[in-house]
Design a protein. Sequence first.
Length: 203
Amino acid sequence: MAAQPPVQQGAAAQPSQQQLYPPPPPFYRLYRPGAELLPPLPPPPVTGEYQQFGIADSTEVVLPTLVGRKLYEARPDGSIDFKGQLSTLHRELVAQVLELMGVLVDKPSMWARQVESTSTVLRNMQHLCNLLRPVQARQTLLHTLRSELEQRRAAAQELRDKVALADAALAGGAEELAAAAAALREAAGAAGRAAAGPNGVSS
């Protein structure tokens, strides 16, 4: 048997090639209709850091920090008037864009500085919008709960209306049955009297 060539010490291991879009795992065939074996349980939800197509990502939501100069102001208690500050930044953005148009016409060599000033305003507006995400989530949840409550109230009112209609129908039916029973009794009495004859003796 031929001897294996010795492995060189210190040789760097060749990195494994990783496909950008790898094929799905083979056990996906277990989930198709008519599979003989029961499919395995789904994996637990991923928490923390994970790899997605070779890129590191995390399930933790982290608010990105503001890059550049801070242009908005906060109240003494730390709260922010989002509506007022966004309106102020919007007016500043319009002024910066107009000034950028003027710089491109009169002083084209200074466009970079003006673009940076405009980008600073945009970054501040984006940061304020990111700070509003919890407020947006809370308002969306409240809107969803109010909509569900209105739907349940409408369904309950519709059920009450149907019950009232059913009660009315049953009450009307009971009255009709009572009238029919009275008519049958009267008819039966009349038939008995007619059979008995005028002297009260049946023929």
